[in-house]
Design a protein around this ligand. Structure first.
Ligand SMILES: Cc1cc2nc3c(=O)[nH]c(=O)nc-3n(C[C@H](O)[C@H](O)[C@H](O)COP(=O)(O)O)c2cc1C
Length: 327
């Protein structure tokens, strides 16, 4: 079967893209991902907060003893914190190691930093840029509209700054996802990644401490992005990329039936090993053969809200039908 697709304007061999994660922390794994057939790979995010944190520690380390020997700081006037350079070097190294499309990911905190780092990431030779725009809004004086306007401003600035295609990885927590999606699509975003999945700290009641382990997703978690992909398909002028809960080839088939251009997966590969991606692709291929589809375009969006007979199926929020069927 023909699995080629066009993702953010980039031709990829198949719709299975490796999501930003620790898979991209080792060159061996990136090479293995290419060998076992990944369509593309998103490199783990450059987090501005991390750079700021490292820079602070660097300053602290430099100033140790400077109260005793203040002139010691002037001995090293040319020393500066490396900033994002480690991360950029890592991407350049990855770029040299593989031919498949690579997408950089950025999570910045301050407004000017988004464009600064976007520009630096572009210069590494990546094929696209994904903006990981989520931050937990904790300021009670900030309204939802202000948060969304900030997002639009950042995206507009980055899209204006770089020449490579830009995707936005969204959180599912906006009041109106269709409005946010439409506004982003107006700003020439190439793809929306639905959705990011966040680290939710847990509390250990025995130790009375926080647990910050990132649990892997479960396959049932695909339902949230599946619904939104189906609702948005054909209503925005950019690609929809389904992310969260893609664990098998049938999950890829489901995502494309809902209207996804491509999918992103991390947990399934971290749990089962990177070669699991070739199993997922074989499953997709076998499913397409069984159902008589030669190309992804033959069934993309077939079960989106636009295409199905019951347009309210994806909107139904209550349990009325379910309860009626169980009487
Ligand atoms: C170990 C790990 C590291 C991750 N690092 C990032 C990251 O740097 N940037 C980002 O946008 N998402 C990151 N994610 C989130 C994934 O890209 C993805 O959105 C999430 O895991 C849901 O997909 P899944 O169900 O296939 O795991 C990470 C996830 C995991 C498990």
């Amino acid at each position: 079967m023909e699995l080629k697709t066009n993702y953010m304007g980039i031709e990829i061999a198949n719709p299975l893209v490796i999501a930003a994660s620790s898979i991209s922390s080792m060159i061996d794994r990136i090479v293995l991902a290419e060998k076992t057939g990944a369509g593309a790979l998103v490199i783990r995010s450059l987090f501005e907060e991390q750079i700021q944190f490292d820079a602070l520690r660097f300053e602290e380390a430099l100033s140790v003893g400077s109260d005793r020997f203040p002139e010691s700081l002037t001995y090293l006037p040319e020393i500066q914190h490396a900033g994002a350079s480690d991360h950029l070097y890592w991407i350049e190294k990855s770029r040299k190691a593989v031919k498949m499309p690579l997408i950089a990911s950025l999570n910045a905190a301050s407004p000017g930093a988004w464009t600064k780092y976007a520009h630096q990431l572009e210069s590494t030779g990546v094929d696209g840029l994904e903006l990981n725009v989520y931050a937990v809004p904790t300021d009670p004086t900030m309204t939802g509209k202000q948060i969304e306007d900030q997002l639009f401003e950042i995206v507009e600035a980055v899209v204006g700054e770089v020449k490579i295609p830009v995707a936005v990885k969204l959180s599912p927590f906006y009041s109106s996802i269709p409005n946010v999606a439409a506004e982003l699509s107006k700003r020439k975003v190439s793809a929306l990644v639905l959705f990011n999945r966040f680290l939710q700290p847990d509390i250990d009641p025995q130790q009375q401490s926080l647990r910050s382990k990132m649990p892997m997703s479960k396959p049932h978690e695909i339902k949230l992005p599946l619904r939104w992909t189906a609702l948005l398909y054909g209503r925005v002028a950019c690609d929809l990329v389904l992310n969260t809960g893609v664990h098998s080839g049938l999950d890829i088939a489901k995502s494309i039936l809902a209207g996804a251009t491509a999918v992103q997966s991390a947990s399934a590969l971290l749990k089962n090993g990177i070669p699991h991606l070739s199993t997922m692709l074989q499953e997709l291929d076998a499913w397409m053969e069984e159902h008589g589809y030669a190309r992804l375009a033959d069934f993309r969006g077939k079960l989106s809200q636009k295409e199905i007979k019951d347009p309210f199926a994806f909107e139904r929020a209550q349990y009325i039908t379910l309860l009626a069927s169980q009487k």
